[in-house]
Design a protein around this ligand. Structure first.
Ligand SMILES: Nc1ncnc2c1ncn2[C@@H]1O[C@H](COP(=O)(O)OP(=O)(O)O)[C@@H](O)[C@H]1O
Ligand SMILES: [Mg+2]
Length: 207
């Protein structure tokens, strides 16, 4: 599917101002650098996850968070996993993120197709939903290996259903429904790209 988007319409990539009234990014938890791991370890192996946690009171807050994420340059080539039960808000977050990046029109959920591609002028996006994924042969047959080997943004709902076939995600987002129906999002950076994404997000977004 080709999205008819003009470069100037990518509001999320212009670093627009975020209204911070709804989200709270203040509960950050930082871990220090890993010491004494030896020179033979790669940067990724030495990497210590950075975790941020925020509560989105309603869908508008989720939309604002998506706009903040969309404004991060590192997002263009990131792989993001979205975890959470049915109805937690994974697809809703992806839809807001894609709109903020400039994807126009109705954004289909990929549940039946497993993957829904979106093309922007500058980069490609693949939105996966592995909920119905059960046959590992489909991984090769459908070209998923090639997708993960190519540049672009990859977003995956139900990544646990694809298990070890998936590469290491740059960012893991866990969504949890709170008793008051707000959503807690826990963001874990697993690579330098994920770390750049988290560090680019506003530290404190309560107004
Ligand atoms: N803070 C919030 N963020 C996202 N969605 C919310 C929020 N509060 C309520 N919702 C609602 O929860 C539902 C989430 O559905 P969906 O995104 O399809 O979940 P999932 O993809 O995780 O199964 C939507 O109807 C959405 O409007
Ligand atoms: Mg979904």
């Amino acid at each position: 599917m080709k999205a008819a988007v003009q470069p100037g319409q990518q509001a999320g990539l212009r670093g627009r101002e975020i209204d911070t009234a709804h989200a709270n990014l203040g509960e950050s938890e930082f871990t220090g650098p890993c010491l004494n791991q030896g020179n033979e370890l790669s940067a990724v192996e030495r990497h210590v996850p950075i975790v941020k946690s925020l509560v989105c009171q309603d869908e508008i807050a989720t939309q604002l968070f998506a706009s903040a994420l969309a404004a991060q340059p590192a997002l263009r080539h990131a792989f993001i996993e979205l975890h959470g039960e049915l109805g937690a808000g994974k697809t809703t977050l992806v839809r807001h993120l894609l709109h903020a990046l400039g994807v126009q029109g109705r954004i289909k959920s990929p549940t039946y197709a497993v993957v829904e591609p979106h093309e922007l002028p500058d980069f490609n996006i693949w939105h996966f939903d592995f909920y119905r994924f059960s046959d590992p042969r489909e991984w090769e047959d459908a070209g998923f290996r090639d997708i993960f080997a190519s540049p672009g943004l990859k977003l995956a709902e139900w990544p646990e259903k694809a298990g070890a076939l998936l590469p290491r995600a740059d960012l893991v987002i866990r969504l949890e429904v709170q008793p008051d129906e707000s959503r807690r999002m826990t963001l874990t950076a697993q690579t330098a790209t994920g770390e750049a994404l988290l560090q680019g997000l506003p530290r404190e977004t309560s107004a």
